[in-house]
Ligand binder design. Sequence first.
Ligand code: HEM
Length: 271
Amino acid sequence: MMGDPDWHQLFSKDGHRWRMGVRRGELREFFQPHDESGRVCAERARWLADDSEPYAALLPEATAALRETVRLAQTLGAAMESTSSPHEQLLALGRAWEADFAWMHPDGNGAHRLVGGVVCFPSSWSLREKLGQPMAEVHAPVPGLNDRLARQIESLFARQAPDDVWLRDNANFSRDDQLNYHPSLQRRRLDAHITPAEFWVRIERQLLVKLPESGSILFGIRVEAYPLSRFLADRPLARQMADYLASMSPAAAAYKGLTEARPVVVEWLRS
Ligand code: HEM
């Protein structure tokens, strides 16, 4: 296990804004198996077997990164045969790792583009829709993010050395603890009528590393859902989370699907 996320950083006392929030981390710890039950990989295999098209994608610019990532996975102990077609390799990697992953490749004009990956547990976005887009376009639906962070993100990637392993966490909110929030599933949204059992903090743990040969950025994502009860049981943390939610701009709250649920949840956290 990775231990708890840093709640005090995620729900910062300074209030909500879009943050880089990167810290150094370890490749092996991130990608090694964390789920002894095997449920995460079993679920990944199921989504990929039903119809891999929404979850797995590979542009020609990602072929080298795929090869390098398969080798990396083998080095880290994943059991993967490396003889099949690129598409089969992609799916095999998607089944072998608990983490989702995507590649960003530099386009020669100062931007990194999303060129492929396997994302079985997206937080309400579709890999297919974003495929081929530069980072700034990928982030365009997040109100105000590009003004604050687009240049920092590109320069982090441009300057990143293969030994620089960066971690960051995102917090989102959902109505259940399902991992796969692909938009096509039309999962139930938060609203003013939720019960406390229907509010979940959805954490994405992310890793960024530059692959030395292809020069592509490998982006890893792990998702976990925490019930509201966990925060209610920790009074100081609950109060901090309430202040954080209350500090969000209406646009940020709307982006996170919180417009209707926010007053209710803030009240629970404060009472
Ligand atoms: C240092 C690098 C990065 C930073 C600082 C960053 C930051 C963020 C932040 C703050 C959000 C808003 C999420 C939230 O809090 O609700 C977001 C959303 C998102 N990010 Fe990133 N991100 C980074 C890298 C990436 C990469 C490499 C990808 C590649 C796929 C990516 C894909 C997305 C997507 C798909 C969303 C959701 C956009 C939507 O709703 O359509 N991010 N990112």
